[in-house]
Design a protein around this ligand. Structure first.
Ligand code: UD1
Length: 365
């Protein structure tokens, strides 16, 4: 059986890693990795392949950045000859980025079966490109590999045949469980490297809705600076956010302990997050990772496609304004009592095994 996994962006890589590892153990499976190149900087891509022990891609399509349509179109047209040459039995796509939807569409157009890892998540906010990518991908996929019970319910509500849907669990957590000892092992070094002494908050912001409007971004940044007068704030900055700040000639004023860092590698990020007092983010993956770790998280968005992280995990949505961030952060930081590590069904480090069982052996979950 020949399987092609298509990935393109930072959050795809930690979903691919455990699946690639598991497929290697299955007899009769040839697994080929294609990297679309939607993310291309070393600290957004190559470093993750190294840290997660992912085999090098057999194909690198080099699509780079562009509008959503440009990226989607480039991925589709560059994938078509790969699919034509390799003639895979199955294409696996991950998450909700433009590369995900483009690869699913290019495969489906050729009549190749598609499996979607992380199927069924819905924010119900169609202004987000990721929501459109999720909807299209799920409706053309043949195997829908859902991370949580709410995702299964979403697919049922959209009339998708239950036989195509498998509740395999959250594959991001597989990567986390495997990497955590290494990530924590270097904690002292990490502390020294980031010059962190005492409690700290980790933040990431990169969604267009938070960073593309200069006034909005300024408002958020001012609130982080204000928070940094009360506790250390480490801001791991996505290139998109960095570029916006440069365009605005905005620099954190250095009045407090707000530290802007280049995008962190997987182990550095996981190590820092696992010991943080709080994470402030608009990332999807961090909502899940903090929930698994029992670390409080505030998500700077009006909605989430991962509501289970709020109902069962440690995540809270705050209004995406400076006042929302500051109020939410202070509320969490002033909270007393021990931390509880939530247990979410099938976030257990074994999702990739279930995925391989479905894909290779026709198992049902
Ligand atoms: C993409 C995903 C988003 C995901 C995020 C994780 C879509 C629609 N969005 O958003 O869901 O949360 O990745 O990072 O697919 N850039 C670089 N170097 C890189 C990559 C990007 O400099 O390696 C800069 C470029 O200026 C680029 C901008 O970041 O224009 C945005 O990159 P893009 O891939 O379009 O979207 P993300 O914002 O990264």
């Amino acid at each position: 059986m020949k399987i092609i996994s298509v990935v393109g962006t930072r959050p795809n890589f930690m979903k691919l890693a455990p699946v690639a590892r598991e497929l290697e153990t299955r007899p009769g499976v040839e697994h080929i990795i294609v990297h679309t190149g939607q993310h291309y900087d070393a600290d957004m891509s190559d470093d993750f392949f190294d840290e997660l022990d992912i085999p090098s891609p057999s194909y690198e399509l080099g699509v780079g950045s562009g509008t959503h349509t440009e990226v989607t179109a480039a991925v589709m047209s560059r994938l078509e000859p790969v699919f034509a040459f390799e003639r895979p039995d199955l294409v696996i796509v991950y998450g909700d980025v433009n590369s995900t939807m483009a690869a699913a569409m290019a495969a489906a157009q050729r009549g190749i079966r598609v499996a979607h890892v992380e199927a069924g998540l819905r924010s119900r906010d169609r202004t987000m490109p990721e929501e459109l990518n999720r909807l299209v991908t799920d409706h053309i996929a043949d195997l829908l590999l859902a991370p949580s019970a709410d995702a299964v319910a979403n697919l049922a509500a959209e009339g998708i045949d239950r036989d195509k849907v498998h509740f395999v669990g959250n594959v991001m957590i597989d990567s986390l469980v495997r990497a955590l000892p290494r990530a924590r092992g270097g904690r002292d070094d990490r502390g020294r490297r980031f010059n962190v002494d005492g409690p700290y908050v980790v933040t990431t912001l990169h969604r267009p809705s938070n960073v593309d409007d200069p006034e909005h971004l300024r408002d958020l940044l001012v609130s982080l600076e204000e928070l940094s007068r009360e506790t250390t704030v480490l801001f791991s900055m996505h290139p998109r956010t960095k570029r916006r700040l440069e365009e605005m000639q905005l620099k954190p004023n250095g009045g407090g302990a707000l530290r802007v860092l280049d995008p962190l590698g997987y182990l550095d990020m996981l190590g820092l997050v696992s010991s943080a007092s709080l994470v402030i983010t608009d990332s999807g993956g961090l909502q899940e990772e903090t929930s698994f770790l029992g670390v409080p998280c505030i998500t700077v968005r009006p909605n989430t496609e991962r509501p289970i992280t709020c109902s069962e995990g440690t995540n809270e949505l705050v209004s995406p304004t400076g006042a929302g961030v500051l109020g939410g952060a202070r509320k969490v930081l002033n909270r007393k009592g021990p931390r509880v590590r939530p247990v979410i069904e099938r976030w257990d480090g074994h999702a990739a095994e279930r995925i391989a069982d479905v894909v290779c052996d026709g198992a049902r979950f």
